[in-house]
Design a protein. Structure first.
Ligand SMILES: Cc1cc2nc3c(=O)[nH]c(=O)nc-3n(C[C@H](O)[C@H](O)[C@H](O)COP(=O)(O)OP(=O)(O)OC[C@H]3O[C@@H](n4cnc5c(N)ncnc54)[C@H](O)[C@@H]3O)c2cc1C
Length: 368
């Protein structure tokens, strides 16, 4: 049995950020992931909002900076939304994950890919992962929306999901590259949206629906080909998965075991963005675990709790959109409406909070 200070299940955004911070502070840290390598696969479109892009110095060849959102109604009328100084990063997501893995390793974390966790137990304040012959003082479950760690150690489970699916496509020509192309369509993406993202090398075309409705990406893909008259497209890759949309689970921690990222439900119920909280809270969790184990600090879950977004208003809007799916003619009608436009602006550009002062200054038209 090998002994570690910290074992992390899941080597994606959250797990690797946590591992890097903990290992840099001297904790003996191991990451276990069932994928063969960090860049074998991702389920994610991989868009970084500016708030997290500012905190992580991603190499420029792995990203494509995008300044605006082009929002389409079902009949393909569109409006362009921008916010001064704001941008998103489209990413070569698998290579970004490989880069994060390199950073964690450079800081001293041990990464073991091709290792799936199926069971575990507690003995004398140690967490034992018998399949991998590992014992650790602290365990982080960063193993995604349907977390095995949550299951094994009886922590809170996600119960509400969106289902997202995406093609990576080559051969897209004539698409305005400085916009995220976002499509409102209640027939194709009830309860959420569809998208076309000018990625680093390829274009990402995808949509999500409220589970249990299955997204029909073929129909959306064909609709785009018809409208934009795309020729010679080739689907190079397919990805997708569950996106938690019910807010943080309860409990997120017990007995020196804490959930993180999608496993903990740290995903905006409205935008479905989870990379920002996974990395930001992951890093903080790594620091707090180090403080706790090495310096007699407070339990890490108490520290991160203050930083977990409540998603209060976003959960309300999600509940409303679960109950009411606007008909497509309403989207066609609303697109040019002033309030609708301002509300869309808020949703896409104010990830820090719908009720922030900045958001309301912008909604009222006073940008300073
Ligand atoms: C289609 C789609 C598009 C998305 N687009 C965006 C976006 O553009 N921007 C954004 O901010 N968010 C997006 N999200 C959400 C975002 O991908 C997640 O919030 C984010 O990836 C969460 O990171 P994480 O570290 O919690 O874990 P995840 O990325 O979910 O990774 C979990 C890791 O755990 C491993 N694992 C799982 N079970 C086990 C086990 N039993 N043993 C060992 N390893 C295990 C998996 O192999 C995986 O590497 C999208 C999600 C989907 C599905």
């Amino acid at each position: 049995m090998e002994s570690y200070d910290l074992a992390i299940v899941g080597g994606s955004f959250g797990g690797l950020a946590c591992a890097g911070a903990a290992a840099a502070r001297g904790l003996r840290t191991v990451v276990l992931d069932k994928k063969k390598t960090p860049d074998t696969y991702t389920q994610s479109t991989g868009i970084f909002v500016k708030e997290i892009a500012d905190q992580v110095d991603l190499p420029s060849e792995l990203v494509n900076k995008i300044h605006g959102v082009r929002l389409y109604s079902p009949n393909f009328k569109h409006i362009d939304l921008v916010s001064p100084g704001y941008y998103f990063l489209a990413t070569d997501t698998c290579r970004v994950l490989k880069w994060f893995a390199g950073q964690a390793e450079n800081n001293g974390a041990e990464l073991r890919f091709g290792k799936e966790i199926k069971n575990g137990h507690l003995i004398d304040n140690k967490i034992i992962l018998p399949g991998n012959k590992i014992s650790s003082s602290y365990l982080v479950g960063a193993d995604g929306a349907t977390s095995e760690v949550a299951d094994i150690f009886q922590l809170g489970r996600n119960s509400e999901f969106l289902l997202g699916t995406e093609y990576e496509v080559s051969g897209v020509e004539g698409l305005e590259k400085d916009f995220l192309h976002v499509f409102l369509d209640s027939d194709l993406a009830p309860g959420y949206i569809a998208w076309m993202v000018p990625g680093v090398h390829l274009t990402q075309i995808g949509l999500a629906t409220k589970f249990p409705i299955r997204p029909n990406i073929r129909n959306f893909y064909n609709k785009l080909i018809d409208h934009f008259e795309f020729k010679n497209l080739e689907i190079v890759n397919r990805r997708g998965g569950y996106i938690p949309c019910g807010g943080p689970v309860n409990p997120i921690a017990r007995d020196n075991i804490c959930l993180l990222g999608d496993a903990a439900g740290f995903v905006s119920p409205m935008t479905a963005g989870g990379i920002h909280p996974a990395i930001e809270i992951g890093r903080l969790l790594g620091i707090s675990i180090s403080d706790y184990l090495q310096d007699g600090g407070y339990p890490p879950e108490q520290i991160i709790r203050k930083h977990i977004p409540s998603y209060r208003y976003k959960k309300l809007i999600r509940k409303f959109s679960d109950i009411y799916t606007p008909p497509n003619y309403l989207f066609n009608f609303l697109l040019n409406n002033y309030l609708f436009r301002k509300a869309s602006q808020l949703i896409f550009f104010h990830h820090r909070g719908l009720m922030s002062v900045e958001a309301w200054k912008e909604i009222l038209g006073n940008k300073k």
